[in-house]
Design a protein around this ligand. Sequence first.
Ligand code: FPP
Length: 261
Amino acid sequence: MKNTGGKRNRVDSDWERRKAQLRRGPLPRHVAIIMDGNGRWARQRGLPRLAGHRAGLESIRQVVTACGELGIGVLTLYAFSTENWKRPAEEVRGLMDLLVEYVDRELDSLVKNGVRVRVIGHPEELPPRAQEALERVRQRTAGGQRLELVVALNYGGRREITDACRRFVADVVAGNADPRVDEETFASYLDTAGLPDPDLLIRPSGELRISNFLLWQSAYTEFWFTPVLWPDFRPVHLAEALADYQRRRRRFGGLDAPGGG
Ligand code: FPP
């Protein structure tokens, strides 16, 4: 017991130190994460895949808190893709149950910590119990001012762009939009309308792919990959990603400012 407490204190003070360091540099306004590696985490322990997803909930909890503490404005989590329906029905059911469990368990602390939850994707195609939980969390957190937590559920970047095209064309046909559309106007048809593009995208578990996530929005996003599996991902890994981000020079296709860093 004594050892565990000692370890926790050390982790806490490491985090406080890193937080203070990070606050001295530019922090991303929007961090996006592809939560990956839950299945492998479970397999390494001889556990069912769902045990990995369940362990991933604790990572979500800690990363949400950490982003709030750091003053990051938006955190987007890829929770369920349009392709994830290909998984066995039992796993899909289990993921939906975990979503409900997460909402029930975390709702009060999300409200207390000023988190506002927004969903992107197609939640209306999820089972009714999941939709109800999402509606509950959306309503109860609507006043949150500190961190916007965007949960991508039944989300796919290509589908999002196709949907946006369809809505835009309908507006053109109805005479409500100019066909000579510009990028800013088109972006207002995406699910992420009004959000800044992600500055930093983190993918754990060693995979080096975008997997149909925020395709339009990640045009100039900085990517950070780690072999750490999502259930093992902790604020200390987020801090590593942020420190790396602070060392990068973002030129957005231009040149460094003369004499600037
Ligand atoms: C990818 O790991 C993870 C997912 C498809 C689901 C992410 C979901 C959670 C962390 C918990 C559920 C939370 C909500 C809010 C729905 P993987 O299964 O692809 O891992 P693998 O590549 O190692 O098999």
